[in-house]
Design a protein around this ligand. Structure first.
Ligand code: ADP
Ligand code: MG
Length: 319
């Protein structure tokens, strides 16, 4: 099979909303009037973002999921995506699995594949997503205000539990590992929540590198600080109901675990009812975990509400 047969067999479908999809030099999209395009790209590199042994169905899911998560953080509705693939060789079993996971998620979110690039090389997957938001309504990192509440969607830290088990540095019961592994390999992008939070959240970001790091981006962009309630943070680890981690690891995984693909967002305290309703509409659990303050810096409060010393740091590829 050659490059073009591969593209045709696995990655070509008739265009739906797009004016022109796969097959020409460019794809064509017509943005609806009054809408802005939201664009984001995320790359997955073997050995860095996934293990070579991962099920290709899960990898196809995750490659798109991490990109849809960025659209979710902006409150954008997914429209289309481009897929750039470097493949060491043509492995049809792998390609069929990867395409299956990719198409399933793409269909679930109405996001169509409109083009890409395919080359031979070390396994590397790069997706660019295109979404849309009504003019001026995108959720940004820069809108948090002193006094706002801070919320997190879903659960945090479980993907890290799975990673530590894979690394051999943690041992947990198999039921706990299986659930954590789903969180690591098949994250659910919080697109419905992002859409429901338009006009309610003052700032938002998705959590890919760890809560502390991603919240810090909001604080910096908004020129504010925050206090975080460690008791509320501890409640975010889903597997903690079944298995007790050492307390220091439990908090570390929640705050800096990475690969969570949840949303962290801020909203005025006067909008708690609206935030609650957004969580219900999106069928997504929300936890209020802290507050924005005017003074810069991020303070962690212990279970007695006292500032806590810590040296947690979120993931950084070059640190
Ligand atoms: P060119 O060399 O002119 O840039 P390519 O040969 O790279 O074109 O690609 C041919 C067509 O196939 C283009 O429409 C491109 O967008 C599409 N394409 C290439 N690789 C992929 C892929 N992995 N998934 C979807 N579409 C792809
Ligand atoms: Mg090309």
């Amino acid at each position: 099979m050659g490059e073009f047969d591969l593209i045709e067999r696995y990655f070509t479908r008739p265009a739906r909303h797009a004016v022109l999809g796969v097959g020409d030099d460019c794809a064509l999209l017509a943005p609806a009037s009054g809408m802005q395009l939201a664009l984001s790209t995320d790359m997955l590199v073997e050995g860095r973002h996934f293990l070579s042994t991962v099920n290709p169905v899960h990898l196809g899911h995750k490659a798109l999921a991490v990109n849809l998560s960025d659209l979710a953080a902006c409150g954008a509705r997914p429209r289309a995506f481009l897929l750039s693939l470097a493949l060491p060789r043509i492995d049809e079993v792998w390609l069929a699995g990867f395409a299956q996971g990719l198409w399933a998620l793409a269909d679930a979110f109405g996001c169509e594949l409109i083009g890409g690039d395919t080359t031979q090389g070390p396994l590397n997957i790069s997706i660019t997503v295109v979404g849309e938001t009504p003019q001026g309504q995108a959720l940004l990192r820069s809108g948090a205000q002193a006094g706002d509440d801070i919320y997190v969607s879903g659960h945090l830290g479980d993907a890290r539990v799975a990673l530590e088990v894979f690394r051999g540095s943690l041992s947990v019961p198999s039921s706990v590992f299986n659930a954590a592994r789903i969180r690591m390999e098949q994250p659910t992008p919080r697109v419905a929540l992002g859409l429901a939070l338009r006009g309610i959240a003052t700032a938002a970001a998705d959590i890919s590198d760890g809560l502390l790091g991603d919240l810090s981006h909001i604080l910096k962009a908004s020129q504010v600080g925050a206090t975080l309630d460690s008791a509320a943070a501890l409640s975010l680890l889903a597997c903690a109901t079944e298995f007790e981690l050492p307390p220091s690891k439990h908090l570390q995984f929640v705050l800096t675990g990475g690969d969570d693909y949840e949303l962290v967002f801020t909203a005025p305290a006067s909008k708690r009812a609206e935030v609650h309703a957004a969580g219900l509409i999106a069928l997504t659990r929300l936890t209020r975990i802290g507050q924005i303050c005017a003074e810069p810096g991020l303070t962690l409060l212990d279970t007695d509400g006292q500032p806590m010393a810590h040296n947690f740091v979120s993931f950084d590829h070059f640190a």
